[in-house]
Design a protein around this ligand. Structure first.
Ligand code: G3P
Length: 220
């Protein structure tokens, strides 16, 4: 499974990228606004910090205007992936961009039907938002299960990776991995939570306390 960081906070991204466990980044207009930074400037910094795909979302809603923005965003760095919303104009833009060799992440996906269209449009990634479905009492992980099952029926035709988004906690990551999703994009806080377990901390403390009683040192 690939891990992307869902953030436009360059300090967080750099810190997590230092682990070598980060395969990409996803941003969106809300995350960029939260960063308080100039979009193209912070996008360039993120693309320099992480070698994998960095999703940058257009803000236009009409196809031709999306393509103009996509050209500007793609020029920032070779690892920019263009994010478009799952609308007819977004799908049209996705088709045009993917035929031109540009990676596209089709976002704001909330149904299997939408995911089929994203794959038909040549998307590199589709971003189903599990957390926002859970938030309204729908089955977010059920959507991931359906999309993965549908895409598996068309392995030759569909090249779209399922990028699980709107992740709220580690269980979303575990369930996505059990289902076989390709990517999870996680907030920095969830990425850090993945490594945590109380028994790991307790066990390490006990090891180090016992080691200290030996008076030995490995390094010297
Ligand atoms: O960036 C796309 C998605 O991960 C946003 O999720 O937390 O705003 O529902 P969220």
């Amino acid at each position: 499974m690939k891990f992307f960081i869902d953030s436009a906070d360059i300090a967080e991204i750099r810190d997590l990228a230092d682990t070598g466990l980060v395969d990409g980044v996803t941003t969106n207009p809300s995350l960029v606004a939260k960063s308080g930074r100039d979009f193209l400037t912070v996008l360039a910094e993120i693309c320099a910090a992480v070698s994998g795909p960095v999703s940058a979302e257009v803000t236009a809603t009409e196809c031709d205007a999306m393509l103009v923005e996509a050209r500007r965003l793609s020029a920032v760095a070779p690892n920019v992936a263009i994010k478009v919303p799952l609308t007819w104009d977004g799908l049209k833009a996705c088709r045009a961009l993917s035929q031109g060799g540009i990676k596209v992440n089709v976002t704001l996906c909330f149904s299997p039907a939408q995911a089929i269209l994203a794959a038909k449009a040549g998307a590199s990634f589709v971003s189903p938002f599990v957390g926002r479905l859970d938030d309204i009492g729908h089955d977010g992980m059920g959507l991931i299960r359906d999309i993965v099952a549908i895409y598996r029926n068309y392995r030759d035709a569909f090249r779209t990776e399922v990028l699980v988004a709107s992740i709220r906690h580690p269980l979303h990551v575990i369930d996505a991995a059990k289902i076989g999703a390709d990517v999870c994009t996680v907030p920095p806080s969830v990425m850090r939570q993945l490594s945590k377990h109380v028994l790991t901390d307790k066990g390490l403390d006990a090891f180090l306390a016992d080691w200290k009683t030996t008076g030995q040192s490995i390094a010297t």
